[in-house]
Write a new protein. Structure first.
Length: 524
């Protein structure tokens, strides 16, 4: 049965607004602790006004609108406004350096960016290099700025226009940049149908009802926040408690004060919360479920559940598979250190290097079967070769190694792709290598991830310098700073005369890791 039908994101939003007009949709707490609340009825009015403002400044169906903001209600309203107009939203990581932003604008041919005052000057400078970037929209301020459209200043007078009626749920809704196996990120094309599917299966799987209050602290530019948090809550007519930023020291107090019933975290956040001093009220909260990704030792998981009286539901997914793809079942065996079973509407299996199925218990690559543009991504924008290499006969090759047991439960092993996971962020080693390779003193570079007690993994760069050239570690670190996001900048650089290599000349990174002290993370 096709659970998606012809519904678009706008259809889902409008249906929920009609069903729960006076219910809280978003409760927002900013960095200073101030709280504001928006009902579904008010949100619908705001979305129509945002859409009208975008349209009046030339945004039409199919154009790309970059969004570069911290978590805030306006982020959600812009997303829904773009959906209403048929425009494609391109969320950007607020930690991105100019080198990365330059690429994102060029690759997507973004027509506009929605940002906030602290980032305004950066985009004014970037616009001089990219004529396609016609308009800079400023949100979260009412102060006039030359060369910018201040959204809040136009909001009260904006009419409540409707978008075009011909939007299909096969149309692109947003493009998410994801670190890949090449030197530059790829833009994952996600459709309206993808979002509708994520909302429907998420609400059903986690039994989300309108009385639920979901705590969101992950950044909205992540598929985790969009498809594991926002879409199921929106679909069920529940309440989204949104924090501008994550604070480990304040987190459980916020959970109690806002009466949160569900939340989604990554392993780094779980660890940081556990490191906070024990408090008498730790177990007195309304949490019935904590969704999390990236495993931790069983002892830590058990200690978290006991201390906070909150059951953990581990899952696995990626942008290309619309977030949570294997999940522990609430009505079945909820296992620790296990990424669960395949979700509804998808098949998941383990294959060897030749793409052949392997027996239960055998480690191989996870592949996910689905319908492009509906239950898996549509493809990579403007990269047919990468799309064809990743999706073959509707099987999406994830690049992650896992094993499946006799009962159909999956266990994550490691990344077949050359990826580093740092504090919940994906770092493509080849992307950092590409930036370092541009340094005039560098002959060759290899970047690896090494264990870090707090951040999961730290970024370590091995560098071979050109003959008769001197270069310092700090010079390499400073070279990366500003060109890539801070979390991608190497924590340490080690100079070596050569790399261990295979017979074909490929760098043996596993050997490089073994050559470095295991306590490296203590100094990062």
């Amino acid at each position: 049965m096709d659970m998606i039908g012809s519904a678009t994101l706008s259809d889902v939003f409008e249906r929920t607004c009609r069903a729960f007009p006076q219910k809280e949709f978003i409760v927002f707490e900013n960095r200073q602790g101030s709280v504001e609340s928006v009902t579904y009825d008010h949100a619908e009015s705001l979305v129509k006004r945002y859409a009208s403002i975008l349209a009046s400044h030339g945004i039409v169906r199919g154009e790309r609108v970059l969004v570069h903001m911290h978590n805030c209600p306006a982020w959600i309203f812009i997303w829904l406004a773009c959906a209403r107009l048929g425009a494609v939203m391109v969320p950007l990581n607020v930690l991105s350096g100019d080198f990365e932003l330059d690429y994102c604008i060029e690759h997507t041919r973004g027509a506009a960016v929605v940002t906030e005052p602290e980032f305004f000057k950066r985009f004014v400078e970037l616009r001089t290099q990219h004529p396609c970037l016609r308009t800079i929209f400023l949100a979260r301020t009412s102060l006039a700025q030359p060369d910018a459209v201040v959204i809040d200043a136009e909001l009260d007078d904006a009419p409540q226009k409707c978008g075009p009626e011909s939007i299909s749920n096969d149309d692109d809704l947003m493009w998410l940049f994801t670190s890949g196996t090449t030197s530059r990120p790829k833009a994952v094309q996600l459709t309206h149908a993808n979002a509708v599917f994520a909302g429907m299966f998420g609400a059903e799987w986690w039994k989300i009802i309108s009385d639920d209050r979901h705590m969101l602290v992950l950044p909205l530019f992540h598929v985790n926040a969009q498809f594991i948090s926002v879409m199921p809550i929106l679909t069920a007519g529940a309440t989204l408690i949104m924090c501008e930023a994550f604070s480990a020291s304040r987190y459980m107090e916020q959970v109690r004060r806002h009466r949160a019933t569900t939340t989604s975290l990554v392993a780094t956040m779980l660890t940081m919360i556990m490191h906070q001093p024990a408090y008498a009220l730790d177990a007195r909260n309304d949490l019935r479920l904590v969704m999390y990704a990236i495993g931790l030792p069983r002892e830590k998981l058990t200690a978290f559940q006991e201390r906070f009286n909150a059951p953990l539901c581990e899952l696995w997914g990626m942008s290309e598979t619309l977030g949570a793809t294997t999940i522990n079942p609430l009505d079945g065996d909820m296992r620790l250190n296990c990424i669960g079973i395949a979700r509804r509407e998808n098949q998941v299996k383990i294959v060897d290097d030749d793409g052949c199925d392997v027996l239960p218990g055998t480690v191989g690559e996870m592949v996910v079967h689905g319908i492009p543009g509906r239950t898996i991504m549509k493809g990579y924008y403007n990269d047919a070769a990468a799309t064809a290499a990743t999706v073959r006969d509707n099987w999406l090759y994830t690049g992650d190694n896992a094993r499946m047991d006799e009962q159909g439960y999956f266990y994550f092993i490691d990344r077949k792709k050359d990826m580093i996971k740092r504090a919940g962020e994906n770092v493509a080693a080849c992307e950092v290598e590409y930036v370092i390779s541009l340094h005039p003193s560098v002959q060759e570079v290899a970047v690896v991830g090494v264990p870090d007690a707090i951040r999961e993994e730290a970024v370590l760069a091995f560098v071979i310098v050109r003959p008769d050239v001197r270069c310092s570690a700090q010079e390499i670190i400073d070279w990366c700073a500003g060109k890539v996001a801070d979390f991608k900048v190497p924590g340490l650089v080690r100079f070596v005369p050569d790399f261990p290599r295979t017979s074909l000349g490929k760098v043996r990174k596993n050997i490089l890791k073994q050559q470095f002290p295991s306590d490296f993370s203590a100094g990062v």
